[in-house]
Design a protein around this ligand. Structure first.
Ligand code: AN0
Ligand code: CP
Length: 321
């Protein structure tokens, strides 16, 4: 029986993870199995922010399913969009999202949206005001290609990757903060935590003081402020930089401490752990050349699995039309 899924923005939309993994491995073996499903169906991908992997892997996934694809970069060629209701539009934005969204909905069957946290207001970001307007006003099923607080296609691909490489039933998975010159959203770490908390893995989060994530996402994870202690006995190291979440420091870079850069020094404490990162990655800020180039680095298989996670999600959305 097909599993119904109208929108895909978080782990709960996908339901049972074992079932989702089963579908992922089925598609990985036979990725064109559902090529008839998307015939004469159109995917529209809307990017408010840059992308390499999401753009390419999602388009590939759609073509695996026989869909047509339209891609729009809002900041290159489209009208600049106002997103606040009630503003007098006498500035530089000629069009409002409230017209643009239903118009986009007219030309497609499914919409993917990438819209990062803007760090102007934590409330707006954590209320997911952009993707929620797409859900409300487009009249179409919507999936996240990284929204303000989550990146579920990435987390699903990460889960697939861990399942493929794990050597023990319940691996120890460590999410570590790493330094970066610019403030980055919490979407990837939030989402990774949200998915890991749905597994029975041992899951630890490590970061300097001040980088606490929203407790909703931390869930039952163990938080360990000593990075070296966290790495002891780990099977998977998942590195990511993020800007502060808490209080009036929201969206700020609090530390550039390169002792947190993942290097052989920390990896030596693990159980010969695999290294993971969603990419794009800044070498020698997040991770050293040696670690990312080592046989333990999974960054490329992880990116390859983005095609698989997107194919499963689009397949289910097509089956639910
Ligand atoms: C983005 C982020 O940290 O959310 C996208 C990661 C997939 N990264 C950058 O902006 C560098
Ligand atoms: N990992 C990921 O989503 O990469 P892009 O930002 O290049 O899409």
């Amino acid at each position: 029986m097909d599993i119904l899924m109208r929108n895909f923005t978080n782990v709960h939309d996908i339901g049972n993870l074992q079932q989702a993994l089963k579908e992922a491995f089925e598609i990985k073996k036979e990725r064109f199995k559902y090529v008839e499903l998307g015939r004469n169906k159109t995917l529209m991908m809307i990017f408010f922010n840059a992308s390499l992997r999401t753009r390419l892997s999602t388009q590939k996934a759609a073509t695996n399913l026989g869909m047509n694809v339209i891609v729009l970069d809002i900041n290159q060629g489209a009208w600049k969009l106002e997103t606040e209701r009630g503003v007098i539009m006498d500035g530089d934005k000629p069009e409002h999202l409230l017209e643009a969204i239903p118009v986009m909905g007219c030309y497609c069957d499914i919409i993917g949206v990438r819209s990062f946290a803007r760090f102007e207001s934590r409330e707006d970001d954590y209320n997911e005001i952009i993707i929620n307007q797409f859900i409300r006003y487009s009249g179409r099923p919507v999936f996240s290609m990284e929204a303000a607080t989550r990146h579920p296609l990435q987390s699903f691909a990460d889960l697939i990757t861990i399942e493929e490489y794990k050597k023990v039933e319940r691996p120890k998975v460590v999410l570590t903060w790493a330094p970066h010159p610019r403030p980055l959203p919490q979407a990837v770490p939030n989402s990774f935590a949200e998915w890991m908390n749905e597994t029975d893995y041992e899951f630890v989060i490590t970061h300097p003081q001040g980088y606490e994530l929203d407790p909703v996402f931390v869930g039952k994870a163990k938080v360990e402020y000593d990075q070296l202690k966290a790495f002891e006995g780990a099977d998977f190291i998942y590195a990511k930089s993020w800007a502060a979440y808490t209080g009036d420091k929201y969206g700020q870079v609090l530390s550039m401490d390169r002792s947190w850069t993942v290097s052989d020094r920390q990896m030596g404490l693990t159980r010969n752990a695999y290294f993971m990162h969603c990419l794009p990655v800044r070498r020698n800020m997040i991770v050293t050349d040696d670690v990312i180039e080592s046989p333990q680095s999974l960054v490329i298989p992880e990116a390859a699995n983005r095609e698989i996670s997107a194919t499963v999600v689009l397949k289910r959305m097509l089956q639910s039309l």
